[in-house]
Design a protein around this ligand. Structure first.
Ligand code: CA
Length: 229
């Protein structure tokens, strides 16, 4: 059994389908997590304020209050890692466009094994001390990116894209989400040209480290950066 670096993670399960919630709870408990279950959307914020959670699994469609509202309020006071559970893949597209601040999304029906694997990946990331990456440094004061100790010449748009992705390693950004984070004078960039800039950025990084591809394309959704170290 994998332990979370010696500490037990406490997970809030927000899910109104009792059968599914119990299945998730049993699996998490058997894997060494502790859990709390909330079924009503109105009880989520108070539960989170009353306890310390390492991870929140949040169903989108809930009685009382929807997951979208909950997520927005939650992000106004907490950075707790969050996986959104949605019923349809199209909803994931919509949610990504809204940039509500979830760390990952999983579409129902999902395998609980898959959910737990993703939960562990997020917990590993969030528990890695916030030390600067030794592989990639993106310095906003000098507008320079250093990758494997090698300066990478980037256009300002490529720099902004890399900076955004590297500020939230592992978080999936939609093309619109990336566009929003470019400076106002880059409004000329469209979501199609985001792909082109990403392609150029990827090529430049691969000139430094040909065997690595830290920018992951999520088909139909967007991009995320994955760097170890
Ligand atoms: Ca539901």
């Amino acid at each position: 059994m994998e332990t979370m670096q010696g500490t037990i993670a406490h997970v809030l399960i927000v899910e109104d389908e009792a059968k599914l919630a119990m299945a998730i709870r049993d699996y998490l408990n058997a894997t060494g997590f502790t859990t709390q279950w909330v079924a009503d959307g109105r009880d989520v914020i108070s539960a989170i304020k009353a306890s310390v959670f390492d991870l929140v699994l949040l169903d989108l469609m809930l009685p009382g209050r929807n997951g979208l509202d909950i997520c927005r309020e939650l992000r106004s006071f907490s950075d707790v890692p969050l996986i959104m559970l949605t019923a349809r893949i199209e909803e994931i597209d919509r949610l990504l466009g809204l940039e509500i601040g979830a760390d990952d999304y999983i579409c129902k029906p999902f395998s609980i094994r898959e959910l737990v694997a993703r939960a562990k990946a997020i917990l590993r990331r969030s528990r890695t001390p916030a030390k600067p990456s030794s592989i990639l440094q993106v310095d906003e004061t000098t507008y320079q990116a250093i990758y494997y100790s090698t300066p990478v010449p980037l256009t300002s748009i490529e720099f902004r894209l890399l900076k955004t992705l590297s500020d939230f390693p592992g978080r999936v950004f939609s093309r619109d989400g990336l566009l929003d984070r470019l400076h106002a004078d880059h409004r000329i960039v469209t979501d199609r040209t985001v792909d082109t800039h990403i392609k150029n950025l990827r090529r430049k990084l691969q000139q430094v480290a040909p065997d690595m591809d830290p920018i992951r394309s999520i088909y139909g959704v967007g991009y995320k950066l994955e760097i170890d170290g």
